[in-house]
Design a protein around this ligand. Structure first.
Ligand code: SF4
Length: 65
């Protein structure tokens, strides 16, 4: 899995950080930061949940290895 996020469309909702804090954080302005673009298997369910929950669809997951 490869994780990317579009900071231009992120609306600082923080949902991804709550759902997958090992993988997402926010900068000083609140926009999403991807801490771990290739998360381990143990984090992937939370990352998928975070991507589904993002209100602006700003998180993209490439499931191909
Ligand atoms: S859930 Fe989406 S809009 Fe909210 S902080 Fe994360 S990337 Fe941004």
């Amino acid at each position: 899995m490869r994780v990317t996020a579009n900071r231009d469309t992120c609306t600082v909702s923080s949902l991804c950080v709550y759902r997958a804090p090992d993988v997402f954080d926010q900068d000083d302005d609140g926009h999403v930061l991807v801490l771990d673009p290739e998360p381990p298997e143990s984090s992937r369910a939370a990352v998928r949940d975070a991507a589904r929950s993002c209100p602006t669809r700003s998180i993209h997951l490439d499931e191909e290895e």
